[in-house]
Design a protein around this ligand. Sequence first.
Ligand code: SF4
Length: 315
Amino acid sequence: MIRQASLPFPLAPPLAAGSEAPPLGRRGPVAYLELAVGELLNRVTSPRLPFAWTINPYRGCEFGCPFCYARYTHDFLEPAGWRAFETRIFVKHRAPQALRRQLRRRVLQGQPIAIGTASDPYQPAEGRFRLTRELLALFLPAAGLHLSLTTRSPLVLRDLDLLTALDRRHHVEVNLSLLTVDPELARALEPRAPSPRVRLEAAARLAAAGLTVNLFCQPLLPGIHDDEAVLAPLFAAATAAGVRDLVASPLFLRSPARERFFAWLGAHRPALLPRYRQLYRNRTRLDRAASERLLAPFRRLRLAHGFPRPLAGRT
Ligand code: SF4
């Protein structure tokens, strides 16, 4: 039984028993399947999270980061092992119609809406289906919302025109996820995500266009991010790119991400495996002391580099 209160964001409703998702095409080993959608805006009630609503145009993510906590959402839809999360991407083909209906009914004034909490809204599927762009455009007639997008992809630059137009009516924040500037470490940790260099270039271009840009260093990984030699170049790069802030939180590890990430550790960092088994024994989060130890170097560097910067032109 999955307890909603313990999860970082709402679960999707399950597919009806025996239902076959209609196919929408393939890209190499990846199959795209249509996912029917009733409500697109998901209400968030967790006090841990800084947004009131979430939008996820896709379920599953081709980037396939081994630590990805969102894997459990896919397991719930289609319990076919962790690899299905990366190779069977559910596309909410009718998401724009669903959002239009919900926007007509709801008063969202001033409420934070986060796009891309359970899958990357600019993963390769977006190049084909353009759902994220269509959804963003639906917010143009409104005003006064706080819209945030989180991605590992420079495809977000395709929508720079739309994002700057939206930022004149709402407050828009773009969060580029980045764990390291080291291309080799990044290749191991996020094997199919774009390189740190292109993500930093995207951050710099978005910031230069006047958007609020943050770097999300999430998840912080014990044995990797407690080393200032890994973190310091990230802060230097963030400063050069003109980002507003860097945000971090420790690894959240529940099944099936747990099995996937332990397998990754065994292959790439076997010396860390016993430590992780100890730290995450019978728990999905670090205990308070371990969490504080992991966050300490990040917090020191954040302060030393003068983050967060003030929001340009805002009070
Ligand atoms: S890019 Fe984000 S959503 Fe996609 S696999 Fe990586 S962590 Fe998960």
